[in-house]
Design a protein around this ligand. Sequence first.
Ligand code: NAD
Length: 419
Amino acid sequence: MTASTVQANALDDARVQLAEAVAVLGYPEGLHRILGAARRETTVSVPLVRDNGDVEVFTGYRVQHSIARGPAKGGIRYSSEVNLDEVRALAMWMTWKCALLDIPYGGAKGGVDVDPRTLSPAELERLTRTYTQGISPVIGPDNDIPAPDVGTDEQTMAWMMDAYSATRGRGVPGVVTGKPLDLGGSLGRRTSTSRGVAHISLLALAKEGIAPSSATAVVQGYGKVGADAADYLAEAGVRIISVSDRFGAVHNTDGLDLSRLRAHSEERGTVAAFGGGLPIDPAAVLELDVDLLVPAAVEGVVNADNASRVCARIIVEGANGPTTAEADKILERSGVLVVPDILANAGGVVVSYFEWVQAQQGYWWTLSDVERGLDDRMTAAWSSVLDQAATTGSTLRRAAMALAVGRVARAHRARGLTH
Ligand code: NAD
């Protein structure tokens, strides 16, 4: 599958999911159109003078899908595969995620079509500052609040915060979340998505009557989300038998030694060639016979081509959009429990919300306050999705979408359908 196929599918999949929710909720076509349309789409050119003096021009995006329930919120992706349709899909999913977790935000996403691994740190900083200046008219603590995603991190957010602050003539810590602690980041934010993924995974295992100590799992995408999710799951007793990244995969049926794996990955930039297991085809990781599969890489990896070969009992979507709409139907028929992205990976935006609240108040919470708040919100969302699924006899994705889309639609209606 080519990159462009994957990206085109992400928006198609997001639209199919919305159409299904609209049908379940019985909404008229006009409301459907409002719910599906992005509120604002910004495209900027991002010129970069390379360290050797060459000039390149990248394209940056910021799509605000919805501001019906509050300021737009969503991550910034740096990847050569970023394009407008992918950003549109990811922005729409953020709207539903924030609504499902009952956080007072709309949804947004941004990105630059650059492979960050090809840039020096100084080039990355210049690129980030130029991109931030480009989108600064539409972001801000009360308008739209970026955060890290694929290919970006705390350092990226620090540069964004500084570049935005320069346009305002004062420090504005609330403009981004996922900042370093020294700039007003929140304790627990860096690992919050992973903690939430693991928390929901344990709830899903319990629902299926599987004890963590007897459970096996694989994690696709050993990045910011996947690596810490593997650690949290292993801490709870789950045996992680395989992990992958874009360069390779490693397998050990006795369970991988995750502290050695992390050291290897940090040193080499990949899990490939890790001595504590055997190499395995990265595509095969998705088809291993395990209790729990956590896709934590990119969209569209479980698709019509491989869904019938998925043997996992449960899929917990650490990534956004890892399962295509076609694959969803196949997995439903084969009885795989799919915990949807808008629930499973919402821990990051929950603690981003806490970080924003702390910045707005100028008052910082303890780690235990943050972790308790995160766990409570994830458990509450899980319970409401389970109740909705049981009441309506639907999959967890359809239940989550119906709850989320219903909340956004009510906000639109209360405002008079103009926002
Ligand atoms: P990241 O860049 O830190 O890690 C991504 C990992 O996936 C890397 O290890 C990369 O090598 C790997 N990868 C990429 N393509 C792959 C492929 N085809 N097969 C196997 N591995 C592959 O990114 P991240 O922040 O961990 O984000 C991962 C996913 O989680 C994305 O879908 C992102 O939107 C989603 N997400 C991230 C956050 C967050 O807080 N960072 C929050 C919610 C959702």
